[in-house]
Design a protein around this ligand. Structure first.
Ligand SMILES: [Zn+2]
Ligand SMILES: [Zn+2]
Length: 253
């Protein structure tokens, strides 16, 4: 039996047009930043690490001029992956695996807090981060961490319960987390493969999409898992869905 927790890692405020390119600019949007903890008999797994805490006090220094001009970080005390784990009585060293959906600043900002974990990242994501350094913030990911490069779908614990599913397009090596056991129905954390339910319904491809046809294809895969197999999708930045989710320290399942 798996136990799953939704961890609140603060919020981001930005122009709604970044998410919905059809919108006129000028309307702000606030969305949650999340991480998920999976407790398996084989160890604890964390999906994404949120935003680095320095982004709140020194946004330009931590995020750089471009990102800090587009996004404002909104978070309070304890809203961050380490504080959320503490609310469950856990320390970073209690985590065996960290899975990064991808290397954007709001998904791997606290990687450095987990020096003893093994990081499971798609090979294509690491390759893109190394080759196109301007697209990523090296402070977040380029650290002496134990990165294990995954190529395609990956069964983390070898029992089919927790599977990494490649969902490229948002970035070259984006992956989602599919919980096939322990939840009824099955659950899938999409990460940024799909920001919100509305994006999936209308196949909206946001600003900054790396490969549009590939992203549309990945959204089709997610849609088919939802509609044909009854998998519950947990979207990457869906404020409405997030409001309704039980959050740590309460379990999700
Ligand atoms: Zn992203
Ligand atoms: Zn994101």
């Amino acid at each position: 039996m798996l136990r799953i927790y939704a961890l609140f890692c603060g919020a981001l405020e930005f122009d709604r047009q970044l998410f919905f390119p059809e919108n006129a600019p000028g309307t702000p949007l606030v969305v949650p930043v999340s991480s998920f903890l999976v407790e398996h008999v084989g160890g604890r797994l964390l999906f994404d690490t949120g935003i680095h805490c320095d982004a709140l006090t020194d946004p330009v220094g931590r995020l750089g001029k471009r990102i800090s001009s587009l996004f404002s970080v909104r978070s309070g005390a304890g809203e961050g992956v380490v504080g959320q784990l503490a609310s469950l009585g856990l320390k970073p060293d209690d985590i065996r695996y960290v899975v990064n959906s991808h290397f954007h600043f709001d998904h791997c900002g606290c990687n450095g807090s987990f020096p003893r974990a093994q990081f499971l990242v798609q090979r294509a994501e690491l390759a893109m981060a190394r080759a196109e350094r301007k697209r990523y913030n090296a402070m977040d990911w380029d650290l002496p961490l134990d990165y294990r490069e995954i190529d395609g779908e990956h069964d983390v614990f070898g029992d089919g319960s927790v599977v990494l599913l490649p969902t490229p397009g948002h970035t070259a090596g984006h992956q989602s987390l599919w919980i096939r056991e322990g939840g009824r129905p099955q659950m899938l954390m999409t990460g940024d493969a799909c920001y919100t339910r509305e994006h999936l319904e209308k196949t909206i491809l946001p600003e900054g999409t790396y490969d549009a046809p590939q992203m549309a294809h990945s959204m089709g895969v997610l849609r088919s898992l939802r509609d044909r197999k009854g998998v519950a999708l947990l979207y990457g930045h869906d404020a409405e869905q997030w409001q309704a989710l039980p959050r740590a320290p309460r379990p999700l399942n």
